[in-house]
Design a protein around this ligand. Structure first.
Ligand code: 3JM
Length: 344
């Protein structure tokens, strides 16, 4: 394209949509026109982007006329509106799980498999936040010696459930301090029959359970890792847990590689990998924490150590802002890659 793209953000008033706007400003993302789209509930709201005021419009199929890049923040609306946007000539970068496992849809982390973007047919999927954060730490090690096994537990922030998740944590914490009752209604998932408090608690359920007794969130990590690494033979066993943290997911990851990888080799490779950094100095009590990575672009890796018995086993602790690299930043990087390589 020899002109600047017209961009639309679907879900512009939500947590991921707002992050898209912050990142467009911060990264000076080039655009000619910008449309902010949302449900009818948010239509009419005014939002300033790069010094110019925009009015949020209700998202409809016709909203995507003359749009080149449509950034979809997530949710079930993608299923109906993504094909409508593609029909009108837009490339959709979709943050929901709707299309991720479709063989015609590339699933991309730009630092890992950017070349997959080229096979798109109008929709490019952004992986789940926990998958992105895990693979940003593991790809540099996978490149030294292929990973054969992953055992991962996630510690996922409430903002992964949107603004309502944050409100619920704050509301419960304040109610507890006053000795008042608070009725949880968002976590583990608004659509479910039962809800549990997240303040002073942990909830070992994110998204719905499947027949296997793994949750959908856990299976996203398995299936998406296979697709992004182009290797279905990696054995992955995840446990996804919601924790009373506002922002940034953390993950405890155990891996087994084909050949032993030393801690020094792993650290060097992660440090050299764009978008990842090592923070690992036990003597100085230095390791990544969610407060350090919030509102930051890099995924931080620490507590890197050999397994005590398995020679090719390594343990890692990873933290990353799931709204940035886990969602809006990754999607925007896909758009930047396409512009830079004249794929749009
Ligand atoms: C993260 O459609 C919905 O209700 C949203 C569900 C959701 C997803 C998903 O499955 O698309 C909430 C939070 C994700 C995700 O990234 O997979």
């Amino acid at each position: 394209m020899n002109r600047l793209p017209n961009v639309a953000i679907l879900g512009a008033t939500g947590a991921v949509g707002q992050e898209f706007i912050r990142l467009i400003e911060e990264r000076k993302f080039p655009f000619a026109g910008l449309k902010l789209l949302a449900s009818s509930r948010s239509a009419g709201k005014k939002i300033t982007v790069c010094g110019k005021e925009y009015t949020v419009e209700e998202a409809k199929p016709e909203s995507f006329e003359h749009v080149d890049i449509a950034l979809f923040a997530g949710g079930s609306i993608s299923k109906t509106l993504a094909p409508e946007a593609v029909k009108r000539g837009a490339v959709v970068i979709d943050n929901s799980s709707t299309f991720r496992m479709d063989p015609d849809v590339p699933l991309v982390v730009p630092e890992i498999n950017p070349e997959d973007i080229r096979m798109h047919h109008g929709i490019i999927a952004n992986p789940n936040c926990s998958t992105i954060i895990m693979l940003m730490a593991l790809k540099p090690i996978h490149d030294i010696s292929p990973i054969r096994r992953i055992v991962v537990s996630t510690y996922q922030a409430v903002s992964g459930a949107g603004k309502e998740g944050i409100d619920e944590l704050y509301g419960e914490t304040a109610a507890e301090a006053r000795g008042e009752a608070y009725e949880p209604r968002i976590l583990p998932s608004a659509s479910l029959a039962k809800h549990y408090p997240i303040a002073y608690n942990l909830i070992p359920q994110i998204d719905v359970f499947l027949d296997t007794d793994y949750t959908k969130e856990e299976m996203k990590m398995v299936n998406e890792t296979h697709k992004i690494f182009h290797d279905d033979s990696i054995g992955i066993t995840p446990t996804a847990v919601r924790v009373p943290v506002v922002r940034s997911h953390a993950e405890s990851i155990y891996i087994e590689t084909e050949a032993p990888v030393s801690v020094e080799e792993a650290k060097k490779a992660i440090e050299a990998f764009p978008g990842a950094a090592v923070e690992d100095n036990p003597q100085e009590q230095e390791y990544p924490m969610p407060l350090d990575t919030s509102n930051k672009n890099d995924v931080l890796v620490g507590r890197i150590r050999k397994d005590l018995v398995v020679p090719n086993g390594l343990n890692l602790w990873v933290c990353g802002d799931q709204i940035r690299k886990g969602a809006a930043l990754n999607a925007l990087q896909i758009a930047e890659y396409m512009i830079h390589n004249e794929l749009i």
